[in-house]
Design a protein around this ligand. Structure first.
Ligand SMILES: C[S@@+](CC[C@H](N)C(=O)[O-])C[C@H]1O[C@@H](n2cnc3c(N)ncnc32)[C@H](O)[C@@H]1O
Length: 283
């Protein structure tokens, strides 16, 4: 996880001091955010605590989480992601792209046991961490991990596509996200992008591109009002229609080699073997 502050919005107030340096002694302790954590995670709070410890310990040691994030793991990461659940219908199939160390995908799985979630992440080091975390938290029935790029998994069977909801945080600009995520969503489904303070500008800049890719006009919503401070900023785009040719945007390297061959881009998906091996509820 290497999300930048600009992408996540202004940090909330610091957690309660637990030692001389003003840091909490136990990263599993939500400190002043206990009430918010309790309301968002309910009886799964102990799982959220385990995940907070994993991110702040192993996640930092393995270079997936910046050391400066450890003391603010609750407000900047767990709670910021959990409030996204406000925009996700009951029992939805969710695909989280660019999950990194599990944000927001693992947090949503912990907070919302009714959801089925596929985590899509290209980097092996991160998918290994994710798979391990899913097992350790006992989420294997609810969460699957797929190694691949968002733009490569659209035709991979058995990974929960098309999804009711596609989520992302700190992965790409809105126009690129629309190109990757709209094809993964069912028509009528939602693409939810956790963004920072510049969300309104991004929407203004990329609304036309999103419409051209089959999305309705994107809107900006605040989640967690009265629960976290500041609330999370989310760009919501409903997939309105299928746009021919937008189903699997080719990567630059594929476009270049296709041009050299004088033909179409290679149509193979990402890690198809992994998708097939995993099987799944949807095809
Ligand atoms: C800044 S990190 C954010 C990670 C996590 N979502 C978070 O909020 O902490 C961006 C993540 O997107 C992943 N990523 C980059 N390009 C991607 C693509 N085309 N498809 C899926 N994931 C991608 C990276 O590997 C990385 O884990």
């Amino acid at each position: 996880m290497s999300a930048t502050p600009g992408e996540l919005g202004t940090p909330g107030p610091p957690v309660d001091a637990g030692d001389d340096a003003g840091l909490p002694t136990d990263p599993g302790d939500p400190g002043r955010w206990s009430a918010a954590a309790g309301s968002l995670f309910g009886d799964r709070l102990p799982l959220a605590v385990s995940y907070a410890r994993k991110l702040s310990g192993d996640g930092v040691v393995r270079g997936l989480v910046g050391p400066r994030e450890a003391p603010r793991i609750w407000e900047r990461h767990l709670l910021n992601c959990a409030v996204l659940g406000e925009l996700i219908p009951n029992e939805a199939y969710v695909v989280d792209i660019g999950t990194g160390a599990g944000l927001p995908g693992i947090v949503l799985a912990v907070a919302r046991p009714d959801l089925r979630i596929t985590l899509v992440e290209p980097l092996l080091r991160r998918t290994e961490f994710l798979a391990e975390t899913v097992t350790e938290l006992g989420l294997s029935e609810q969460v699957r991990v797929v190694r691949g790029r968002a733009e490569d998994v659209v035709d991979v069977p058995g990974i929960g596509l098309p999804a009711d909801v596609v989520t992302s945080r700190a992965v790409a600009s809105l126009d690129r996200l629309a190109g990757w995520c709209l094809p993964l969503a069912a028509v009528g489904g939602r693409v939810l992008a956790l963004k920072g303070a510049a969300a309104d500008e991004e929407v203004a800049a990329h609304a036309d591109a999103v419409r051209a890719l089959g999305g309705a006009a994107p809107s900006v919503r605040r989640c967690g009002v009265g629960v976290i401070d500041p609330p999370a900023t989310v760009v919501v785009t409903v997939r309105e229609r299928v746009v021919a040719g937008a189903e699997r945007p080719a990567r630059g390297s594929e476009r270049r080699s296709a041009a050299r061959r004088g033909g179409r881009p290679d149509e193979r998906g990402g890690d198809r073997r992994e998708g097939r091996r995993r099987g799944g509820r949807r095809s």
